[in-house]
Design a protein around this ligand. Structure first.
Ligand code: GTP
Ligand code: MG
Length: 198
């Protein structure tokens, strides 16, 4: 799929103020700094559609972008960032959970995982929760450019093994780098196919 058009629609924490759920939607989630906003920019071929920062905690709202006038990409705040106060972290969690549980046009959630790191409890617990709630998700490993081919294969295989201790079946897995432009086509193809189910 070619992204011909990408426009910012809205930012808020209130599900009721999100765009009407009339188009299929895909949201990006994961730890702060994992590269959610960067991946949205690289998928849409736009440098600063979503705001990126080297400092974790940049994205703080539910951000809707309309693509090709036919589907939505959603940039969400990261979780697990120690720099915000505990009460604020809790508040994040609440509005994000509310969005994830109630957004009826959410076709699939992309859980982004930094390919350099071993499986982290916070991500594994979050995916368990998604499973319990029946929220469809796939995994997308990010920042592949930071690893050699050998390291990529090793890390991803280790991650899959770790997941298999909790899951009977693994979710679909995508590999990406926003700086080196890896994986964009596969992600867009997946979205194109999934859009047909809406
Ligand atoms: P929050 O909004 O704070 O939760 O972060 P985020 O997950 O949206 O991360 P963001 O896209 O802002 O990127 C965080 C940092 O990682 C920035 O310095 C990016 O330039 C860098 N980064 C993102 N993607 C990649 C990638 O594929 N490769 C490399 N090398 N760096 C990346
Ligand atoms: Mg962000």
């Amino acid at each position: 799929m070619l992204v011909k058009q990408a426009e910012f629609i809205s930012s808020n924490t209130d599900l009721k103020k999100c765009p009407e759920p009339e188009l299929p939607e895909y949201a990006f989630i994961g730890r702060s700094n994992v590269g959610k906003s960067s991946l949205i920019n690289s998928l849409t071929g736009r440098k600063s559609l979503a705001k990126v920062s080297g400092k974790p905690g940049k994205t703080q709202l539910i951000n809707h972008f309309m693509i090709n006038k036919s589907w939505y990409l959603v940039d969400l705040p990261g979780y697990g960032y120690a720099g915000v106060s505990k009460s604020k972290r809790l508040e994040f969690a609440l509005f994000i959970k509310n969005y994830l549980l109630k957004r009826e046009n959410l076709m699939c959630l992309f859980v982004l995982i930094d390919s350099r790191h071993k499986a982290q409890k916070i991500d594994l617990d979050f995916m368990q929760w998604l499973g319990q709630k029946g929220i469809p998700f796939v995994i997308c490993f990010t920042k592949l450019d930071k690893l050699s081919k050998k390291e990529r294969a090793e890390n991803i295989s280790l991650y899959q093994q770790e997941m298999l201790s909790q899951w009977e079946e693994l979710p679909q897995i995508f590999l990406s780098s926003s700086t080196k432009k890896i994986g964009q086509e596969e992600l867009l193809q997946f979205i194109e196919q999934t859009n047909r189910l809406f």
